[in-house]
Design a protein around this ligand. Sequence first.
Ligand SMILES: CC(C)(COP(=O)(O)OP(=O)(O)OC[C@H]1O[C@@H](n2cnc3c(N)ncnc32)[C@H](O)[C@@H]1OP(=O)(O)O)[C@@H](O)C(=O)NCCC(=O)NCCS
Length: 226
Amino acid sequence: MTQQEGKAPVSRNRDNKCSGPFKLSDQPPHYLSAVEYNDIPEMVRVLNLNKEIYNGTASFQYPYLESHALTRLENIYIRDNQSGYTNCWAMRASPKGPLIGWIHTYFLPEDSGTRVHPESGRELKVGVIGYWVSPEHTGKGHGARAARFVVQEYLFKERGCDIVRAEAYTHNVPSRKVLEAVGMECEVEEWTTFIPKLQKDMVICCYAIHRDEATKSVVTDKTKDP
Ligand SMILES: CC(C)(COP(=O)(O)OP(=O)(O)OC[C@H]1O[C@@H](n2cnc3c(N)ncnc32)[C@H](O)[C@@H]1OP(=O)(O)O)[C@@H](O)C(=O)NCCC(=O)NCCS
């Protein structure tokens, strides 16, 4: 569902849990808080600085238009309002400052029984993260710090995930380093997949971190997992 002409955009429920601001670091100052509609102009500016974020991600467009951001935020708020949790945060250098990066999470849909706990047989909860940092702010630990916080404090502790996964283009060294800094391990080195925005196949790698050892045998299986 997206904004229909003439209709007010879906608003973010201010009561959604885990909206922040969360202070991740003093030096450099680094905060996470829910992305707001008034972040859109900065988001559009940052995403059009160069093609780094476009080249590193599967779904952010270039040029990046206000309409792209509006549709994205609306879809996020619809999902967040249903779950009662914020699942997408802006990285900021002060609690209410401009957006300097982005991190989002979602959960894999339940499957037909392949992702079950090896001991108890219960369905596993698998979270996924994606992120980018403005090219004006890379190389200061923001990517790794935000990913670590979202994996450990949000997905594991708050949402009870068993496994957190992430994918990167195999050649995307900075992103792979972020995932490794978070303690993720590469479970699939090379998988060729079609990227709609590029209209071509790309080689990706799949990382995961398990909350406890017992699920380590449940590795990413791209023949079954979305
Ligand atoms: C990937 C990205 C988020 C990294 O953000 P960042 O804030 O610069 O990351 P950090 O500062 O936390 O650095 C994490 C690691 O990557 C390394 N790194 C950062 N930029 C790098 C670069 N251009 N080349 C090589 N290594 C790099 C850092 O040295 C650090 O490594 P270390 O753990 O060995 O010290 C950022 O480059 C980005 O937004 N890229 C474009 C979008 C993208 O690829 N998103 C990920 C989609 S899967």
